[in-house]
Design a protein around this ligand. Structure first.
Ligand code: LHQ
Length: 259
């Protein structure tokens, strides 16, 4: 239920259960985990593009997996989060390479928060984001209660989470919930071009940049200045820094090697 393909430094990962709008079942979790593990360990991967097959991006947990009409006792959803969703979000945020998300259609529940956890989110104009959890008596998970207030502020975060009202792609862009809306038929071309560009970038510096921005919320300005100093010291020793400056001085395009 997960396809992945490597070309030009880009690992393109496609959620592939289109008949269920790419709802998460166990096999999809296992496949997605394996794809992100490869993104982490394979030196040929310099950026990741995550998208969904068919008309949806991801509809969250497969609600058919646990049918309350047939269970003997309620399931332990905390364990499901510990086993599957939380490690997935940690993998994405902890990956020292850019993760671009192309939201091709509806992103609901854990599927919405999976998209929001990625580094750069593009969405088709027809896509929508739905914090569907309240409709079934659950709380937003998969990072939603942290990501939403950081992205759109507490007022919108609470209203979205409490009502489960859909947010269209244009609204999401206007609120700063995502990076950019793209016409439906241009989404994949634009997302691939952006991810290829990221893959051809100074990977070490980009990874350090991602970590700095993510870490900022938990630090004071003073501590962040120190973190920038430490990261810049590393970036300053990279081959790509020397190449970037040399290319500038030689008035040519830089050729980064990702280290
Ligand atoms: C689905 C699903 C789906 C199964 C569409 N499951 N089949 C974490 C820990 C552990 C457990 C609990 O949850 C979590 C986190 C979560 O993610 S909770 C939130 C789970 N997701 C939802 O509540 C969303 C449920 N889906 C919907 O509300 C709608 O399907 C949306 C708004 C996503 C799309 O609506 P439509 O565009 O009208 O499409 P549709 O409803 O007709 O869906 C197409 C098919 O996909 C349909 O199957 P069918 O056989 O009738 O054609 C749906 O049953 C199926 N599907 N989502 N999550």
């Amino acid at each position: 239920p997960v396809l992945s393909e490597l070309s030009d430094g880009v690992l393109e990962i496609t959620l592939n259960r289109p008949e269920k709008l790419n709802a998460f079942d166990e096999a999809m979790h296992v496949g997605l985990r394996a794809a992100f593990d490869r993104a982490n360990t394979d030196k040929d991967v310099h950026a990741v593009l995550l998208t969904g097959a068919g008309r949806g991006f991801c509809s969250g947990q497969d609600l058919g997996d646990r049918d309350p009409r047939t269970w003997d006792a309620p399931p332990n959803l905390g364990r499901t989060l510990d086993t599957y969703y939380n490690p997935l979000i940690r993998r994405i945020r902890g990956l020292d390479k850019p993760v671009i998300c192309a939201v091709n259609g509806v992103a609901a529940g854990a599927g919405a928060n999976l998209a929001l956890a990625c580094d750069i989110v593009l969405a088709a104009r027809s896509a929508r984001f739905i914090e569907a959890f309240a409709k079934i008596g659950l709380v937003p998970d998969t990072g939603g209660t942290w990501l939403l207030p950081h992205l759109v502020g507490e007022a919108r975060a609470k209203a979205l989470a409490l009502t489960g009202e859909p947010v269209g792609a244009d609204q999401a862009e206007a609120w700063g919930m995502i990076w950019k809306v793209v016409a439906d038929d241009a989404l994949m071309d634009e997302a691939r071009a952006l991810t290829r560009k990221m893959a051809g970038g100074p990977t070490l510096g980009l990874g350090l940049t991602k970590r700095l921005v993510q870490g900022a919320a938990a630090r004071t300005l003073d501590a962040q200045l120190d973190a920038e100093r430490d990261a810049q010291a590393k970036a300053g020793r990279s081959a790509d820094y020397a190449e970037g400056v040399t290319a500038f001085l030689e008035k040519r395009k830089s050729v980064f090697r990702g280290k």
